[in-house]
Design a protein around this ligand. Sequence first.
Ligand code: HEC
Ligand SMILES: [Cu+2]
Length: 335
Amino acid sequence: MKLFKSKKIFLLGFIFIASCIEDAPLDSLSPAGPYARSIDELFWLTFWIAVGVFVIVQGALLFSVFYFKERESSPDPKQIHGNNFLEILWTIIPVLILAAIAVPTVKTIFDLAREPEDALKIEVIGHQWWFEYKYPDFGITTANVLVIPEDQPVRLEMWSNDVLHNYWVPKLNGKRYLVPGQTTYLNLQADSPEEFWAQCGEYCGLSHSKMRGRVISMTESDFAAWVANEQSYAEKELPESSLAAEGQLVYLNAGCTQCHVIDGVWDVQGDRIAPNLTHFANRSVFAGAALKNNPENLTKWLANPAEIKPGTFMPNLELTEKEINALIAYLGTLK
Ligand code: HEC
Ligand SMILES: [Cu+2]
């Protein structure tokens, strides 16, 4: 019994500490754009109404407990069972409170679902266990890092390539399912240039917890520069007999092209089952944002992907240390 109690206290303490963390990247109570803000406002309105109800009900309860406490001299209390007036009253009050909360709730739901005018369309495709992004207006395909212009509405058109996933950028909007064979929509808008965290919000298999993402909002001119760069081929002339040129040969010969695309290299643009690597070096994270993009992490990933993401569809290709180093040099040129 004692143990049970201390466990409870431990759990409560844990929740308390967790709620104290500042600058938490997945904090849904620090909105950074109009959609998240409208949800936040609705939350606080509901919260304070609930606080008011709590204080009044608990206050009345405590008052009754102490004021009407049984004393030796006290007579039997007046019985009110079956009092129609009271019963109608305490049914109507909650109905009115719920109706009052329903009005802004329904309005917010419809406002969030409406397609904004002049929104930038971006497709989000869920894969086990990473997010793919396509910009149909610009002919861009990328992964893991979603780049958007600041202060402009973005309309995500989303579906899944395999199982149910859920797209969630807590500081920009609520969650929305990614469903195989069905399109769902979500609006995002960020106030200023910033980096946000995303997380798959639906259990989707072994490496679900490592299905994360980043959203980066940029000023209009930075975004235009990013688009122009993404539209170009990353392939630059590689110096002959350099480590990077060696790495390109490994890329072409080790089977990577079965699953990956680097626009302008070996094959034409097309869809594969794996992240498009055309501008890989410009992405701060990889493998569903489970890892920071640096040589140490790439070495671990290329040596044995499943050690980092259990169940991943990228196989261990039994690469030698030399091949891995060459590949990393080559991937580093993909800017
Ligand atoms: C059988 C298919 C397959 C083959 C072959 C394959 N990969 Fe992958 N690769 C994947 C998948 C799937 C992912 C995404 C895994 C995840 O994030 O869960 C991935 C992820 C990556 C990533 C991280 C990309 C990102 O933006 O997240 C890199 C880099 C990479 N692979 C390089 C290579 C190289 C280099 C080769 C060849 C030596 C190779 N891959 C061979 C399927 C493959
Ligand atoms: Cu998922």
